[in-house]
Design a protein around this ligand. Structure first.
Ligand code: OFO
Length: 175
């Protein structure tokens, strides 16, 4: 049973549920990137491994930010449980394809929350979620750029993989 302070909130239950689901999704993204970082590390791609470790940390931050917001506005943030994530990949390209797929799924989920906020007239949460809309645009762009590099640099050439490792890791650093 929620105490009275938690019951007196403008946060609607359906928004609270959607936000907690998003915390879980960000957590899953963090774990997925951690597994990708490990695979890259084990296969000698030290630069992209560092890039993915950083991505993993960022996703944890994204989840935490929503987690704290839920409590701040009178809801109850739920510590997410994350299931198994993919640990094995056939190639570096496969890693980055999975990363783009994950970002697109997150963007779709964020957009759905914004739509829900509008329908529920929860403009505070909509405003809060706009940071994620912008962030996703950036992250999708970066994930797509990584895949473009596979078309520009031949991974099967003698130095291709080495070059890809260095170039992908630079994505986003010029911004
Ligand atoms: Fe959480 O920023 Fe992408 O997924």
């Amino acid at each position: 049973m929620k105490d009275l302070v938690r019951m007196r909130t403008s946060l609607k239950e359906e928004i609270e549920i959607a936000l907690n689901a998003q915390v879980k999704m960000e957590s899953e993204a963090s774990q997925k990137y951690l597994a990708m970082a490990s695979w890259l590390d084990q296969n000698g791609f030290e630069h992209t491994a560092a890039y993915m470790y950083k991505q993993s940390d960022e996703e944890r931050e994204h989840g935490l930010k929503i987690f704290k917001y839920i409590n701040e506005v009178g809801g109850a943030a739920i510590t997410p449980t994350v299931g198994e994530v993919q640990q094995e990949f056939g190639s570096m390209r496969e890693v980055f394809e999975a990363a783009l797929q994950s970002e697109i799924a997150v963007t779709n989920a964020i957009n759905k929350i914004v739509t829900k906020c509008r329908q529920a007239e929860d403009y505070a949460t909509e405003d809060f979620m706009m940071w994620y809309v912008t962030e996703q645009r950036e992250e999708e762009k970066n994930a797509r750029r990584a895949l473009e590099l596979f078309d520009l640099i031949d991974a099967n050439s003698p130095t291709g993989k080495f070059e890809l490792d260095k170039q992908i890791a630079k994505i986003g650093s010029a911004e």
